[in-house]
Design a protein around this ligand. Structure first.
Ligand SMILES: [Zn+2]
Length: 117
């Protein structure tokens, strides 16, 4: 198993732990994924099923970022005529970078511990 897949497994686990509904669906080429939230009802992420590897990981981490940061914002690209909020997109990107870096660090620690055993 390569590192991209290990990171992917961790991201799936995080989504699962947070009770986020996750699905891989057919989307237009330009759309990598989106987060869909209705207070007390739906916390869901859809990822374009054609994505793979790092691109899929980053997209999933980015949408996890929206879920973690933007629940009080009423931010919904779907009902907003497809318009993106640049500030919130930048925040989700930053969250994704930090989350993936953290996962990599933890994986490295695990590998080191296994070698020492
Ligand atoms: Zn976004």
């Amino acid at each position: 198993m390569n590192i991209e897949n290990l990171i992917y497994q961790e991201l799936l686990e995080i989504a699962n732990q947070r009770g986020i509904f996750l699905d891989f669906v057919d989307l237009p080429n330009k759309i990598d994924g989106f987060w869909f939230y209705i207070k007390n009802k739906t916390d869901a992420i859809a990822i374009n099923r054609v994505l793979a590897g790092n691109k899929r990981n980053f997209t999933l981490a980015h949408e996890l970022g929206h879920s973690a940061l933007h629940k009080n914002s009423n931010y919904n690209v779907l009902t907003n005529g497809g318009k993106l909020d640049e500030k919130m997109e930048a925040e989700a990107d930053e969250y994704a970078r930090i989350l993936i870096t953290k996962i990599k660090k933890n994986l490295r620690k695990e590998v080191t511990l296994n070698i020492q055993k």
